[in-house]
Design a protein around this ligand. Structure first.
Ligand code: CP
Length: 328
């Protein structure tokens, strides 16, 4: 039987999760997003216990397969798996046999021969998790693919907004920074708009994709205006690793025009939430006085990442089991 002590009753009763994989928020309904958040909420207290472990995924094997660097996502998936009693393997592409010419699909076939149940993958190319999900029997969770989606980051952002503001619907959210290269922004735009939060995006014109409005957001290049109406201000770093040419004149200029410091924060609402997916670049998109200040919930986002990843692992494992992730 499922370990119902670790799942909120309403989450169990309304459980409608049928997907083998978690690939992006674009393909999820508002109810599926709410189910993930309710499940994460019910898992949050496990991390506060003296013994931070429940048997929900005992006997399951999870692989973290990361082709790009990560601190928060990789470690929180590992902690999430361990807190659910799953076994977890960590594979860095740079030290795997892919450096000897093995293809990614052959690597996946070999992992499946080792009877893994869930593959968590981060890759620099958009669409790789989706391609693997089509070929694999195991469940696939997207831990970030190129500039496409980072669904568990957006879910932990939604959980943090819900925790701090008591709701998501109707809140004005501004996303400020390098929109062109941000998978976090894309996943958040899907999630926030599906849950009824209007989104404004702002950043340098060279880092703003054409036709952004088609995603259902408001575009502005006036930073003070973007800040003024925000209940939540999400800051993004400039993703130099995804730029073939430099798209801003200098970091100093970026800081002057778009960086958030104590002076610029005076334009914001008194109860604005400052969020950032990390890693932060202090003194560029965010000043230390703001990153470490009273409005910042940046480390709360990191904390919520474990509960969200526990929920993601639990639900996809249940779906591939026919609905009984914790059946014993
Ligand atoms: N936010 C995020 O994805 O951080 P990492 O790159 O450290 O995983």
């Amino acid at each position: 039987m499922p370990d119902t002590a670790v799942i909120a009753p309403e989450a169990v009763q309304t459980a409608q999760w049928t997907k083998k994989d978690l690939l992006g928020l674009r393909e999820l309904s508002a109810d599926e997003i709410r189910l993930l958040l309710a499940t994460a909420e019910s898992f949050r207290e496990i991390s506060l216990r003296p013994i931070k472990k429940v048997p929900a995924l005992r006997g399951k094997t999870v692989v973290n397969l990361f082709f790009e660097p990560s601190t928060r996502t990789r470690t929180s998936f590992e902690l999430a798996a361990k807190r659910l009693s799953a076994d977890i393997l960590n594979i860095a592409a740079s030290t795997s046999s892919m450096t000897k010419g093995e293809t990614i699909l052959d690597t996946i076939k070999n992992l499946e021969a080792l009877k893994v149940d869930i593959i968590v993958i981060r890759h620099a190319a958009a669409g790789v998790p989706q391609m693997i999900a089509r070929h694999a029997r195991a469940s696939v969770i997207n831990a970030g693919d190129g500039a496409h989606e980072h669904p568990t980051q957006a879910l932990l952002d939604l959980l943090t907004i819900q925790e701090k503001k008591g709701r998501i619907e109707g809140l004005q959210v501004t996303i400020l920074g390098d929109l062109a290269h941000s998978r976090v922004a894309r996943s958040n735009i899907w999630g926030l708009t599906k849950l009824g939060a209007p989104v404004t995006v702002c950043g340098p014109p060279t880092l703003m994709p054409a036709q952004m409005e088609q995603l259902g957001v408001t575009v502005t290049f006036d930073v003070n205006e973007a800040i003024r109406h925000a209940d939540v201000l999400m800051l993004l770093r400039i993703q130099h690793e995804r730029q073939e040419v430099t798209l801003v004149p200098s970091l100093r200029e970026y800081r002057l025009r778009y960086g958030i410091d104590r002076d610029r924060l005076k334009f914001a609402k008194p109860d604005v939430l400052i969020m950032h997916p990390g890693p932060i670049n202090r003194g560029v998109e965010i000043d230390s006085s703001v990153a470490d200040g009273p409005h910042s919930v940046i480390l709360d986002q990191v904390t919520n990442g474990v509960a969200v990843r526990m929920a993601a692992l639990y639900l996809v494992a249940g779906a591939s089991n026919g609905g009984g992730a914790a059946d014993e």
